[in-house]
Design a protein around this ligand. Structure first.
Ligand SMILES: Nc1ncnc2c1ncn2[C@@H]1O[C@H](COP(=O)(O)OP(=O)(O)OP(=O)(O)O)[C@@H](O)[C@H]1O
Ligand SMILES: [Mg+2]
Length: 230
C-alpha cells in the first residue's frame, strides 16, 4: 500500500536544496552548517553510509528496517507538540534505486500541507540511486515536483551534476556548490545553476558558492565551512 500525503496547500513555498561537490569537498558538513537544517526541525534521512550520528546538536535515531523507520517517522509526525526529530533509514544493502524508492514512498506519505512543521528530507548518495536520463521518477520524483504543497523539503546530495536527473537541478531553489574535480563538471554546473564558471573552478576544498531563491540573477553567497568537532 502506498500512503498519500494529505492537505495540499498551495500557499507553501518551494524550498528544496541541492549540495553538489566532489568527494570530500564538504557536502555533508555543509548540510550540517549552512542553515538549511535547524535543531528544532523535523528531519528524515536516507543515510546509507551512516554519515550523521548527530545533526545540529540532536541525536539521529537510525533504523536499518524500513518498517521500523516508517513507524518511528509517523509516530514522530503525529506526536503532540510538533517537536523536532532526526530519524534515519540506513538500509543494510546500502545506496541503490530500490532502497531510495522505498524510503521516498514512506516520506511522501508523511507529507501534510497543514502540519505546523515542514518535513525536511536528506537524500545522501543520490547519484547511486537514480537514473540520470530524463526526469526523476517514482515517489522520489513526486517529492521533487509535488512535495512543496505538502510541506516536504528535499535536500539532495551528490558529486556531479551530470549524475542526477535535470528535475533535481530545476526544482531546487537552494544550491550549494563545493569543489569540483573536472572542468567539464564545473562548466555543467555553471550552465545549469547560473553561476560563474571561473568561481566554481577556483573553489578549494571546504569552500562553497551558495545561491538562494531571493538572490537576483548573477547574485550568490560564498563561504568556507568550519571544521566540526567529531
Ligand atoms: N573546514 C574544514 N576544515 C577541515 N576539515 C573539514 C572542514 N570541513 C569539513 N572537514 C572534514 O573533511 C571531511 C570531508 O567532509 P565531508 O564529509 O563533509 O565531505 P563530503 O563532500 O560529504 O564527502 P563525501 O563525498 O565522501 O560524502 C570530513 O572528515 C570533515 O569533517
Ligand atoms: Mg558526504
Amino acid at each position: 500500500m502506498i500512503l498519500q500525503p494529505i492537505n495540499p496547500n498551495n500557499r507553501l513555498s518551494a524550498e528544496h536544496a541541492l549540495f553538489v561537490g566532489s568527494s570530500g569537498s564538504g557536502k555533508t558538513t555543509g548540510v550540517k552548517q549552512v542553515g538549511v537544517i535547524k535543531a528544532t526541525d523535523q528531519v528524515a534521512l536516507f543515510d546509507p553510509y551512516h554519515d550523521y550520528d548527530s545533526l545540529c546538536g540532536r541525536e539521529v535515531r537510525r533504523y536499518t528496517s524500513l518498517a521500523a523507520f516508517a513507524r518511528a517517522l509517523f509516530a514522530a509526525r503525529a506526536a503532540k507538540g510538533c517537536r523536532g526529530f532526526k530519524i534515519a533509514y540506513s538500509p543494510k544493502d546500502g545506496a541503490n534505486a530500490k532502497n531510495l524508492e522505498a524510503f521516498s514512498k514512506v516520506v511522501w506519505g508523511a507529507g501534510d500541507g497543514l502540519h505546523k512543521k515542514p518535513l525536511k528530507v536528506i537524500f545522501e548518495e543520490l547519484a547511486k540511486c537514480v537514473n540520470t536520463s530524463g526526469a526523476a521518477r517514482g515517489a522520489f520524483g513526486e517529492i521533487l515536483t509535488g512535495g512543496r504543497k505538502f510541506g516536504i523539503h528535499a535536500i539532495c546530495i551528490f558529486q556531479r551534476g551530470q549524475e542526477v536527473p535535470k528535475t533535481v537541478m530545476g526544482q531546487c531553489s537552494i544550491k550549494w556548490v563545493g569543489r569540483q574535480q573536472r572542468k567539464q563538471d564545473a562548466v555543467y554546473l555553471a550552465n545549469e545553476l547560473d553561476l560563474p564558471v571561473d568561481k566554481i573552478i577556483a573553489l578549494p576544498k571546504y569552500h562553497y558558492l551558495m545561491k538562494k531563491d531571493d538572490h537576483n540573477i548573477g547574485q550568490f553567497d560564498s563561504g568556507k565551512l568550519k571544521k566540526l568537532a567529531a
